[in-house]
Design a protein around this ligand. Sequence first.
Ligand code: OAD
Length: 245
Amino acid sequence: MAFDGIRQAAAVLRGARRIAVLTGAGISAESGVPTFRGPDGLWRKFRAEDLATPEAFARDPVLVWEWYDWRRGIIAKVAPNPGHVVLARWETRFPNFTLITQNVDGLHALAGSRRLLELHGNIWKTRCPDEGRVAENRDVPLSPIPPRCASCGGLLRPHIVWFGEGLDQDILRQAFAACAQADVVLAVGTSALVHPAASLPLAAAESGATVIEINPDPTPLTPHADISLRGKAGEILPRLAAALD
Ligand code: OAD
């Protein structure tokens, strides 16, 4: 990754009026949260069909909750890294800044991001499928498993978008609007394989935005990126922030 790339990206950001950032599991990797598709990725060890679909939950809610409880245990022990911190600071540094994440770990909020669009839900929230009510639950470990709705007694589910399910339409609409209006879009730590999230930077590119990708490896987004910064988010973002000042 060339030094020039950082300088060029900083110049683009300095001139931007509206910025949107899409993050994926890679931004939390340096905190110690496993990604999904890397060498130690979750989908290399577990079958999504057994754990992250409505059918899997209907078949075996205890197994599904035990898996989320295990992930919650990992995430509870880790902290935001310098990449999360830079993005939280940029919310106040830039007047029009939208952070969109595919991550469910809550680390952006923990780093201080307030205006945050969580496309795939949040692992610290439960939802009553019957009543639709969403509640925060930070118990580690969870007890009992599976948790039940205090009001109707039904099974609670993780407030996470599973395979085969649609995203929250209001959140998705806001994310597409932010990308359509942005002059600059950064895609940070995502394999850009899962749609509709992966369509966001592409839609921004079509609307004329400059696309900056931060990832150690190329992705399907790379050919559409104007600037590719090869490296770890926890190192590149602080360097980019320093180059802005
Ligand atoms: P993936 O695991 O598919 O991709 C992670 C990306 O992060 C890869 O492109 C890595 O090269 C990159 N990466 C690894 N370490 C990095 C680092 N230190 N800095 C920057 N990048 C790094 O994760 P996502 O793209 O987020 O869905 O996956 C999208 C969705 O698929 C997830 O939200 C999840 C999963 O099924 C749900 O949970 C609903």
